[in-house]
Design a protein around this ligand. Structure first.
Ligand code: ADP
Ligand code: MG
Length: 721
């Protein structure tokens, strides 16, 4: 069965393209797979973005500029004009009533159709005398009302109008709307949509899933477009509830599975490594650090694996908390792995931990191993051996730590820094690796290591409740003493020379150091680099006698490390960087951060970058240079940066500006877990779903499983990451 209205109009853009010859898998088929539209149920759950009303005709004379309308008429004249540019102009006259005539004395209403891109098929269908149905937005043109690039199709006086609103689906460039409409309509017919949920758990007054989907794909002309568009219609409510329920069941299931796992109980002893580390630290822990360290120690002492997120603003001192947790694990006779998303960050951790822990470990005949992608050959083999023998009590590195040739003698604790920066695939790999870690008795998988994740991008509460029901959260809500908050200023790019004068002042008068961050040009790494190189030259010339360095993602890591160490030691005054410095770099003497093209960065990225300064006692400044005109969200981001330095407030605003899907960094990749429900708006539905999930799992386990499969299909793995 074809969707009503699916063939009603010819899309102007696709009208002239001949259908592609059918290969093994056609282009649109592959495009559908990319969108996750594989099973019939996936198609049935692919809901329209909006609708087009092709169920009625508007008389041309009654259409107002700004209205999107469907009209029918007869082509009075059609011609290709060459000025001001080549275009196809069609004069469409209101069609006469069958056998009738326009009212005497009234001019027949006319409309101009304008095509800047057109094909011979346009000229054929829209030839003088042809009767056509046209749909588009009416504009007031110089010669009267016109439509630019309307959709159109040839009709005769008896061609029926669509019986239902025409759905417009989210799609991609390779997947024509008309193709997708047919696929969805037939998926909807074939998909098994029998009721899985007991009536008890459903919010009252909602249609069945089958009814809801039938309605949403093909609403009758009488349906309220407003209720369809703001998703308040009961059919939408049913869909959102189903989606939230699937997500809650999946979370609960993951949590229950994890509770069955066993981990080694790791206890700190009096006078042990943990206390000795505290004694050698050059500072006192903050109250927040002490509290969080205790929460983690309590988890480590249990026989269930810890699954905890430590969130704390940039500079709140997460590293030392991680080191204390590592000390507990090592003292109990287990190994600890610490992973960072970039080599620079891993290196920095390595240095700090070496400084703090190496002397203490040496007394026990143990050491720290260092594993990154750039260490290869003999050096790497030696490191891998030290890990396998257990001599390396602590293993620090990038995700090279979890590569296949790395076997731990006794992994008891894994710590992942800036965990949100690891991709979904890497997080899954980590979980698999941890699940396969060797246990106490040598049987693989019998004991799981504890897992501590750290992040400077706090997860707002509603998100934590829904996406991370299976995660305990500790929060560092206090910065170490003696920091002065960073002052943020926003300047248009034409103030660049003033900013450079300010840099000179910081460097010459106060012997301070400066970061200059260049924008990320996503389309082209070359441009990216060119920009950074030019800025580097310009600043070098402006600061004679001072060392100005350059660091970017494509430099070999040895070179990166060399540049970083010159900057850390204070020899280098200014560091021009692409965003490789984004996370974790710690140089307390740096007091000025300039971010060029700040409008191109996301809010949390800007906040992370700003966190590179204000790490010591000196008053620090962050300058955001922008190039106008600013978009609405660009403005909102820069405003948020000026108004607050609180990472939690930043996260809240980021969520507000971007919405939860993008906040999770997953919307673009099509992995967004919630497609329809909105956590803020649909809080009552979420509450119901949370309450229903345990009941379903306990009393109707088969229905619960079927429901999750229906909704999440191939995304189950993702939920565990
Ligand atoms: P982040 O939470 O961003 O990872 P770091 O662990 O890098 O923060 O800590 C930032 C800086 O603060 C480091 O130089 C660290 O040594 C220092 N620091 C951490 N805790 C304290 C404390 N309690 N008192 C003083 N300085 C501290
Ligand atoms: Mg850090």
């Amino acid at each position: 069965m074809a969707s009503p209205g699916s063939d009603v109009l010819v899309d102007a853009a696709t009208a002239a393209k001949a259908p592609a010859p059918p290969p093994a898998k056609s282009v649109p088929q592959r495009a559908m797979e990319k969108l996750g539209l594989v099973r019939d149920i996936d198609l049935a759950l692919h809901l329209p973005l909006r609708y087009e009303d092709e169920t009625k005709l508007t008389p041309i004379a009654e259409a107002r500029p700004g209205d999107t309308v469907q009209v029918e008429g007869v082509v009075r004249e059609a011609k290709v004009e060459l000025r001001p540019r080549r275009q196809f102009i069609v004069h469409l006259a209101e069609s006469l009533e069958p056998g009738g005539n326009a009212a005497p004395g009234r001019r027949r209403a006319e409309l101009v159709l304008r095509f800047v891109n057109f094909y011979p098929s346009h000229q054929k269908t829209l030839a003088a005398g042809a009767r056509v149905r046209v749909r588009g937005e009416l504009r007031g043109g110089f010669f009267g009302p016109e439509m630019v690039h309307p959709t159109f199709k040839a009709v005769d006086a008896a061609t029926p109008l669509a019986a239902a609103l025409t759905p417009v689906y989210p799609t991609s460039a390779q997947l024509p709307q008309a193709y997708l409409r047919k696929a969805v309509a037939s998926g909807l017919v074939r998909a098994p949509l029998d009721e899985l949920l007991p009536a008890r758990v459903l919010p009252p007054g909602l249609p069945s899933l089958r009814e809801a989907l039938g309605f949403l794909h093909h609403p009758p002309p009488s349906a309220s477009l407003a209720a369809l568009e703001d998703h308040s219609h009961p059919a939408w409510q049913r869909l959102k509830f189903e989606e939230l329920l699937a997500q809650q069941i999946a979370q609960l299931q993951a949590q229950r599975e994890r509770r069955k796992l066993r981990a080694p109980a790791l206890h700190a002893s009096v006078g042990g490594l943990h206390e000795r580390l505290l004694a050698v630290l050059p500072f006192q822990l903050t109250r927040a650090q002490r509290r969080v360290a205790e929460e983690i120690a309590a988890d480590l002492g249990r026989e269930q694996p810890m699954h905890r997120l430590l969130q704390g603003d940039v500079g709140s001192g997460k590293t030392v908390v991680a080191a204390l947790a590592a000390a507990v694990a090592i003292e109990a006779g287990w190994q600890c792995a610490l992973m960072a998303p970039t080599e620079i960050l891993a290196e920095q951790h390595f240095r700090k931990l070496v400084q703090w822990l190496d002397p203490l470990l040496a007394e026990r005949g143990q050491g720290i191993a260092w594993l990154t992608g750039s260490r290869k050959g003999k050096e790497r083999r030696q490191m891998v051996e030290r890990v396998a023998s257990g001599e390396a009590a602590l293993v620090v590195g990038t995700h090279a730590v979890i590569q296949d040739d790395v076997r731990f003698a006794k992994l008891g604790l894994a710590i992942v820094d800036e965990q949100h920066r690891f991709g979904v695939a890497q997080r899954l790999e980590l979980r698999r690796k941890l699940a396969g870690a060797e246990g106490d008795d040598g049987r693989p998988g019998s004991l799981e290591p504890h897992l501590l994740m750290m992040s400077a991008t706090p997860i707002p509460r509603t998100l934590a409740m829904t996406y991370f029901a299976d995660l305990d959260v500790s929060t560092l809500d206090e910065l170490p003493p003696g920091r002065s908050p960073v002052v943020t200023k926003v300047f248009a790019d034409n103030r660049r020379e003033d900013v450079i004068a300010r840099i000179r002042d910081e460097v010459e008068e106060h012997a301070r150091q400066v970061y200059w961050v260049c924008p990320l040009v996503e389309e082209s790494e070359n441009l990216d680099l060119q920009n950074a190189t030019e800025t580097h030259q310009h600043l070098s010339a402006a600061l004679p006698g001072r060392m100005v360095g350059l660091i970017h993602g494509r430099m070999p890591s040895a070179e990166k490390a060399a540049v970083m160490s010159l900057f850390s030691s204070g020899d280098m005054a200014v560091l021009v960087a692409t965003t490789v410095i984004e996370v974790g770099v710690d140089v307390p003497n740096a007091s000025l951060m300039v971010i060029e093209h700040a409008e191109r960065f996301g809010l949390s990225q800007l906040h992370q970058l700003r966190g590179r300064v204000g790490r010591g006692a000196v008053a620090s400044v962050c300058v955001l240079l922008y190039t106008g005109p600013l978009s609405q969200t660009g403005k909102a981001r820069l405003k948020a940066m000026v108004e607050t330095t609180d990472g939690f407030e930043i996260a809240r605003r980021d969520l507000e500006i971007r919405g939860p899907g993008e906040f999770m960094g997953s919307r673009q990749s099509g992995d967004a877990l919630l497609r329809f429900a909105d956590l803020a708006e649909d809080a009552p539905l979420l509450q119901r779903a949370r309450a229903a999930a345990p009941e379903l799992l306990d009393r109707h386990p088969a229905a619960a499983r079927a429901h999750v499969t229906r909704w999440l299909g191939g995304k189950m793995e993702y939920l565990k990451a």
